[in-house]
Design a protein around this ligand. Structure first.
Ligand SMILES: [Zn+2]
Length: 75
C-alpha cells in the first residue's frame, strides 16, 4: 500500500471516475482504478495506468462528450 505524497497518510484503493488535466485539456476517466488519500483527497494512478491512458490520448482512443461544468466567476 502506498502513502500519500502530500501528507504521508495511507492511500486507499478505489474505482470510479477521476478528472485528469493533460496538456491543458480536461479528460474524464471513467471506471478507473486509483488510490485516494482519505485525509487530503489526493488521487493517484498507478504508473502503468497513467502510461496506458497517456498512450490512448495520443492515439485519440477516446470519445468526445459534452459535460456541464459548474463555473465560478470571480471577476
Ligand atoms: Zn494526503
Amino acid at each position: 500500500m502506498n502513502t500519500c505524497a502530500a501528507c504521508q497518510n495511507r492511500m486507499e484503493k478505489k474505482k470510479g471516475s477521476i478528472d485528469l488535466r493533460i496538456r491543458g485539456r480536461l479528460f474524464l476517466v471513467k471506471n478507473v482504478e486509483y488510490e485516494e488519500c482519505r485525509l487530503c483527497g489526493e488521487k493517484v494512478l498507478s504508473p502503468e495506468m497513467a502510461r496506458n491512458l497517456y498512450q490512448r490520448i495520443q492515439k485519440r482512443q477516446y470519445t468526445e462528450e459534452s459535460l456541464t461544468v459548474p463555473v465560478l466567476d470571480c471577476a
